[in-house]
Design a protein around this ligand. Structure first.
Ligand code: PAF
Length: 250
Protein backbone atom coordinates (compact mmCIF):
# COMPACT_ATOMS: atom_id res chain seq x y z
CA UNK A 1 0.00 0.00 0.00
CA UNK A 2 1.19 3.50 -0.84
CA UNK A 3 0.87 6.35 1.67
CA UNK A 4 0.35 9.74 0.01
CA UNK A 5 0.20 12.98 1.99
CA UNK A 6 0.21 15.77 -0.60
CA UNK A 7 -2.23 16.85 -3.31
CA UNK A 8 0.38 16.73 -6.14
CA UNK A 9 1.38 13.18 -5.07
CA UNK A 10 -2.30 12.14 -5.00
CA UNK A 11 -2.86 13.56 -8.48
CA UNK A 12 0.25 11.73 -9.72
CA UNK A 13 -0.90 8.24 -8.58
CA UNK A 14 -0.84 5.84 -11.55
CA UNK A 15 -4.33 4.62 -12.39
CA UNK A 16 -5.76 2.09 -14.78
CA UNK A 17 -9.30 0.76 -14.65
CA UNK A 18 -11.91 1.83 -12.13
CA UNK A 19 -11.11 3.80 -8.97
CA UNK A 20 -13.01 3.49 -5.66
CA UNK A 21 -12.67 6.07 -2.89
CA UNK A 22 -13.50 5.48 0.78
CA UNK A 23 -13.42 8.85 2.59
CA UNK A 24 -12.72 8.47 6.34
CA UNK A 25 -11.52 10.46 9.30
CA UNK A 26 -9.31 7.58 10.46
CA UNK A 27 -9.70 5.62 13.72
CA UNK A 28 -10.49 2.79 11.31
CA UNK A 29 -12.72 -0.08 12.46
CA UNK A 30 -14.72 -2.97 11.01
CA UNK A 31 -17.32 -0.52 9.66
CA UNK A 32 -14.57 0.96 7.47
CA UNK A 33 -13.36 -2.55 6.61
CA UNK A 34 -16.82 -3.25 5.13
CA UNK A 35 -16.45 -0.12 2.95
CA UNK A 36 -12.94 -1.20 1.86
CA UNK A 37 -14.24 -4.71 1.00
CA UNK A 38 -17.08 -3.28 -1.10
CA UNK A 39 -14.64 -0.99 -2.95
CA UNK A 40 -12.16 -3.87 -3.42
CA UNK A 41 -14.91 -6.04 -4.95
CA UNK A 42 -16.04 -3.33 -7.39
CA UNK A 43 -12.88 -1.41 -8.31
CA UNK A 44 -9.38 -1.94 -9.73
CA UNK A 45 -7.77 0.72 -7.52
CA UNK A 46 -8.95 1.35 -3.94
CA UNK A 47 -8.07 4.72 -2.42
CA UNK A 48 -8.95 5.55 1.20
CA UNK A 49 -8.57 9.00 2.67
CA UNK A 50 -7.79 9.73 6.31
CA UNK A 51 -8.48 13.36 7.13
CA UNK A 52 -9.95 14.72 10.36
CA UNK A 53 -12.01 17.51 8.83
CA UNK A 54 -11.91 20.13 11.62
CA UNK A 55 -14.65 22.42 10.20
CA UNK A 56 -17.26 19.66 10.47
CA UNK A 57 -16.80 19.48 14.25
CA UNK A 58 -18.98 22.09 15.93
CA UNK A 59 -17.43 21.71 19.32
CA UNK A 60 -13.70 21.97 19.94
CA UNK A 61 -13.79 19.30 22.66
CA UNK A 62 -15.23 16.72 20.23
CA UNK A 63 -12.48 17.57 17.72
CA UNK A 64 -9.76 17.41 20.38
CA UNK A 65 -11.06 14.03 21.62
CA UNK A 66 -11.22 12.53 18.13
CA UNK A 67 -8.77 9.59 18.03
CA UNK A 68 -5.78 10.00 15.69
CA UNK A 69 -3.26 7.21 14.99
CA UNK A 70 -2.04 7.26 11.39
CA UNK A 71 0.39 4.35 11.88
CA UNK A 72 -2.40 2.11 13.13
CA UNK A 73 -4.75 3.29 10.35
CA UNK A 74 -2.04 2.62 7.76
CA UNK A 75 -1.62 -0.98 8.97
CA UNK A 76 -5.42 -1.48 9.12
CA UNK A 77 -5.97 -0.10 5.61
CA UNK A 78 -3.13 -2.20 4.15
CA UNK A 79 -4.56 -5.32 5.79
CA UNK A 80 -8.01 -4.61 4.38
CA UNK A 81 -7.18 -4.23 0.70
CA UNK A 82 -6.53 -0.49 0.32
CA UNK A 83 -4.00 0.37 -2.44
CA UNK A 84 -3.46 4.06 -1.70
CA UNK A 85 -3.96 5.87 1.61
CA UNK A 86 -4.35 9.63 1.15
CA UNK A 87 -3.66 11.39 4.45
CA UNK A 88 -3.23 15.11 3.78
CA UNK A 89 -2.51 17.72 6.45
CA UNK A 90 -5.03 20.41 7.38
CA UNK A 91 -2.83 23.01 5.60
CA UNK A 92 -2.89 20.91 2.44
CA UNK A 93 -6.70 20.76 2.39
CA UNK A 94 -7.41 24.25 3.78
CA UNK A 95 -4.46 26.47 2.81
CA UNK A 96 -4.32 30.12 3.82
CA UNK A 97 -6.98 32.16 1.94
CA UNK A 98 -9.21 29.10 1.48
CA UNK A 99 -12.66 30.70 1.09
CA UNK A 100 -14.97 28.57 -1.05
CA UNK A 101 -17.56 26.26 0.51
CA UNK A 102 -20.24 23.91 -0.76
CA UNK A 103 -23.36 24.95 1.15
CA UNK A 104 -26.06 22.25 0.93
CA UNK A 105 -29.73 22.88 1.70
CA UNK A 106 -32.44 20.24 1.04
CA UNK A 107 -31.24 17.01 2.64
CA UNK A 108 -28.96 18.98 4.99
CA UNK A 109 -31.89 20.76 6.69
CA UNK A 110 -33.04 19.42 10.08
CA UNK A 111 -31.76 16.55 12.29
CA UNK A 112 -27.93 16.71 12.28
CA UNK A 113 -28.15 19.92 10.23
CA UNK A 114 -30.14 21.55 13.02
CA UNK A 115 -28.11 20.18 15.93
CA UNK A 116 -24.72 20.69 14.29
CA UNK A 117 -24.85 24.00 12.38
CA UNK A 118 -22.25 24.12 9.61
CA UNK A 119 -21.60 20.37 9.81
CA UNK A 120 -22.91 19.41 6.37
CA UNK A 121 -21.37 22.49 4.73
CA UNK A 122 -17.99 21.18 5.90
CA UNK A 123 -18.78 17.54 4.99
CA UNK A 124 -20.02 18.49 1.51
CA UNK A 125 -16.99 20.74 0.92
CA UNK A 126 -14.40 18.16 1.93
CA UNK A 127 -16.16 15.41 -0.03
CA UNK A 128 -16.29 17.52 -3.20
CA UNK A 129 -12.59 18.37 -2.73
CA UNK A 130 -11.74 14.68 -2.26
CA UNK A 131 -13.80 13.71 -5.32
CA UNK A 132 -11.91 16.33 -7.38
CA UNK A 133 -8.53 15.21 -6.07
CA UNK A 134 -9.01 11.44 -6.38
CA UNK A 135 -11.48 11.45 -9.32
CA UNK A 136 -13.07 8.12 -8.30
CA UNK A 137 -15.66 6.24 -10.33
CA UNK A 138 -17.37 5.28 -7.06
CA UNK A 139 -17.22 6.55 -3.50
CA UNK A 140 -18.32 4.41 -0.55
CA UNK A 141 -20.27 5.63 2.49
CA UNK A 142 -21.81 3.82 5.45
CA UNK A 143 -25.58 3.80 5.91
CA UNK A 144 -25.04 4.63 9.62
CA UNK A 145 -24.60 8.28 8.60
CA UNK A 146 -27.84 8.25 6.60
CA UNK A 147 -28.26 12.03 6.40
CA UNK A 148 -24.63 12.40 5.28
CA UNK A 149 -25.35 9.88 2.50
CA UNK A 150 -28.42 11.91 1.44
CA UNK A 151 -26.40 15.17 1.48
CA UNK A 152 -23.48 13.71 -0.51
CA UNK A 153 -25.81 12.12 -3.08
CA UNK A 154 -27.60 15.47 -3.42
CA UNK A 155 -24.28 17.30 -3.96
CA UNK A 156 -23.20 14.76 -6.59
CA UNK A 157 -26.51 15.18 -8.40
CA UNK A 158 -26.74 18.97 -8.11
CA UNK A 159 -23.10 19.64 -9.07
CA UNK A 160 -23.03 17.02 -11.87
CA UNK A 161 -20.08 15.20 -10.33
CA UNK A 162 -19.11 12.18 -12.45
CA UNK A 163 -19.18 9.42 -9.83
CA UNK A 164 -21.54 6.93 -8.21
CA UNK A 165 -22.18 6.92 -4.47
CA UNK A 166 -22.32 3.38 -3.07
CA UNK A 167 -24.03 2.92 0.30
CA UNK A 168 -22.87 0.05 2.53
CA UNK A 169 -25.09 -1.33 5.35
CA UNK A 170 -24.32 -0.40 8.96
CA UNK A 171 -21.96 -2.80 10.73
CA UNK A 172 -22.97 -3.61 14.31
CA UNK A 173 -21.17 -5.17 17.24
CA UNK A 174 -22.58 -8.45 18.59
CA UNK A 175 -24.59 -6.48 21.16
CA UNK A 176 -26.26 -4.43 18.39
CA UNK A 177 -24.39 -1.11 18.83
CA UNK A 178 -23.51 0.43 15.46
CA UNK A 179 -19.72 0.64 15.02
CA UNK A 180 -18.38 4.16 15.43
CA UNK A 181 -15.00 5.64 16.31
CA UNK A 182 -16.82 7.40 19.18
CA UNK A 183 -17.81 4.08 20.88
CA UNK A 184 -14.28 3.83 22.32
CA UNK A 185 -15.13 6.79 24.58
CA UNK A 186 -18.03 4.97 26.30
CA UNK A 187 -17.49 3.49 29.77
CA UNK A 188 -18.89 -0.03 30.32
CA UNK A 189 -21.97 1.44 32.04
CA UNK A 190 -22.46 4.01 29.26
CA UNK A 191 -22.17 1.33 26.61
CA UNK A 192 -24.90 -0.67 28.37
CA UNK A 193 -27.15 2.43 28.30
CA UNK A 194 -26.23 3.15 24.66
CA UNK A 195 -27.71 -0.23 23.70
CA UNK A 196 -31.11 1.40 24.19
CA UNK A 197 -30.50 3.11 20.80
CA UNK A 198 -30.50 -0.06 18.64
CA UNK A 199 -33.33 -1.45 20.82
CA UNK A 200 -35.32 1.73 20.19
CA UNK A 201 -34.71 1.46 16.44
CA UNK A 202 -35.98 -2.13 16.47
CA UNK A 203 -39.45 -0.80 17.36
CA UNK A 204 -39.49 1.00 13.98
CA UNK A 205 -41.85 3.52 15.57
CA UNK A 206 -40.84 6.98 16.89
CA UNK A 207 -43.17 6.96 19.94
CA UNK A 208 -42.15 3.47 21.02
CA UNK A 209 -38.50 4.34 20.32
CA UNK A 210 -38.76 7.40 22.61
CA UNK A 211 -40.25 5.19 25.35
CA UNK A 212 -37.37 2.69 25.08
CA UNK A 213 -34.81 5.52 25.35
CA UNK A 214 -36.63 7.11 28.30
CA UNK A 215 -36.76 3.78 30.17
CA UNK A 216 -32.96 3.53 29.81
CA UNK A 217 -32.44 7.16 30.89
CA UNK A 218 -31.11 8.16 27.45
CA UNK A 219 -32.08 11.71 26.46
CA UNK A 220 -32.27 12.01 22.65
CA UNK A 221 -31.42 15.10 20.60
CA UNK A 222 -34.05 13.75 18.21
CA UNK A 223 -36.05 10.67 17.30
CA UNK A 224 -37.47 11.28 13.86
CA UNK A 225 -38.83 9.67 10.75
CA UNK A 226 -37.34 11.36 7.69
CA UNK A 227 -36.58 10.70 4.06
CA UNK A 228 -32.85 10.05 4.27
CA UNK A 229 -32.13 8.29 1.01
CA UNK A 230 -35.42 6.44 1.72
CA UNK A 231 -37.81 6.47 4.72
CA UNK A 232 -35.73 6.20 7.88
CA UNK A 233 -36.17 6.20 11.65
CA UNK A 234 -33.19 8.20 12.93
CA UNK A 235 -31.93 8.77 16.47
CA UNK A 236 -29.23 11.03 17.90
CA UNK A 237 -28.55 10.87 21.63
CA UNK A 238 -25.85 11.81 24.07
CA UNK A 239 -24.69 9.05 26.40
CA UNK A 240 -22.44 10.69 28.97
CA UNK A 241 -20.14 12.96 26.96
CA UNK A 242 -20.50 10.91 23.78
CA UNK A 243 -23.00 11.80 21.07
CA UNK A 244 -24.16 8.79 19.05
CA UNK A 245 -26.32 8.56 15.92
CA UNK A 246 -27.98 5.52 14.39
CA UNK A 247 -30.90 4.77 12.10
CA UNK A 248 -32.96 2.05 10.50
CA UNK A 249 -34.55 2.04 7.06
CA UNK A 250 -38.33 1.69 7.27
O1 PAF B 1 -18.12 10.03 7.71
C1 PAF B 1 -16.98 10.55 7.85
O2 PAF B 1 -16.04 9.92 8.33
C2 PAF B 1 -16.77 12.00 7.43
O3 PAF B 1 -17.91 12.75 7.63
C3 PAF B 1 -16.25 12.13 5.98
C4 PAF B 1 -17.28 11.60 4.98
C5 PAF B 1 -14.94 11.38 5.81
C6 PAF B 1 -16.00 13.61 5.65
O4 PAF B 1 -15.06 14.17 6.50
Amino acid sequence: MKLVTTIPAMRAVQRSGSVGLVPTMGALHEGHAALFRAARTDCDLVVASVFVNAPQFGDGADLAAYPRDLERDEAFAAEHGVDVLFAPSAEEMYPPRFATWVDPAGAAIGLEGEHRPGHFRAVATVCVKLFNLVRPDRAYFGRKDAQQVAVVKQAVRDLDLPLEIVVVPTVRDKDGLALSSRNARLSAAERERALAIPRALETRDPDRARAVLAAAGVEPDYVAVADLDGPTLAIAARVGETRLIDNVEL
